[in-house]
Design a binder for this molecule. Sequence first.
Ligand code: ZN
Length: 388
Amino acid sequence: MTAANWSFPTAIRFGAGRVAETAEACESAGMRRPLVVTDPGMADLPLLATLRDHLDAAGVSHGVFTDLRPNPLGADVAAGVIAFRAGDHDGVIAFGGGSALDVGKLVAFMAGQSRPLWYFEDVGDNWTRADADAIAPVIAVPTTAGTGSEVGRAGVVINETECRKFVAFHPGMLAKVVICDPELTIGLPPVLTVGTGIDAFSHCLEALCAPGYHPMADGIAIEGCRLVIEHLPRVVADPTDIESRGHMMSAAAMGAVAFQKGLGAIHAISHPVSVRWHTHHGMTNAVLMPYVLEANADHIADRLDRLAAYAGISGGASGLHAHVLGWRDSLAVPHTLVELGADPAAAADVAADAVKEPPAAGNPRELTEELAAAIYTAACEGALHGTR
Ligand SMILES: [Zn+2]
């Protein structure tokens, strides 16, 4: 594997073993007493111990905060801010999967603000309400390849009082340094490798299919899709395939860059499902994907034809659809949302929430409550050929 340094959209240090550069990255980001924000499941894993050893060896005193949920809440951010202030920290190392990265970025964002988190919801120009000078620097070190949150300028948590996904955005949340070390993903359980990998694919795919003129995002999205199509099966077959792990990590970052163009119905429906039944975001997307592709089919055929040709899949858009359905068997993706715990009777409620989700605006055809309910019901019943 070739190590490389990129500065798009921020400084990215890509390559196996580069987690060893974290202490130096702290110095370059101007932090001396970082708070490591990570998933609770990471607390006893060698990955975290290795990171801490690197920091200790370089004399970087640091704290560790692990008190966050897999689908994190606003309360998790508040607890992190308390830990940040109590430890007199001056920056955050966000280390883990999407949850830890999002909470880490939001803790850094909120550390110096005097208003509550909900005040900064990503609506209109609300982000200008924040005191930009008070945002602490972040170093993002992903240990999954999916969310792409490491290169994003937003943090997502659940607003637990309103039972919905909440997004805060600020340019100052962009990590000063990202360390993409694919060795960190080798120990991921297969179900997380698949779930996060298909999340990355869904970011690229929905960005590619979102309406609007954004050829830069389209270019990144189509290559991101190809990388997942080629390399996700390889990392599932051989979790130690470091070259393919690296390509998956790149695809994850590419997805988050590309979806500035927009997302779509996969994410719009996935969010209220995850909020209600605490399902894994990426795996929920994976289940929904064929139903959404079918519902949107008449509006995305040209783009999927191009993607299929580029990715070496024969049969154009329908070949691509069949390929994605093939992941049911080859990657052990469930066929229905019911298998993830969703309740088919909740279609109207899920649909009402889905159309209000920001990703709904990027769907290539209007996502009405009726259409969202039809997609949700089809995805609960396993009924393809029912939503067009
Ligand atoms: Zn996603």
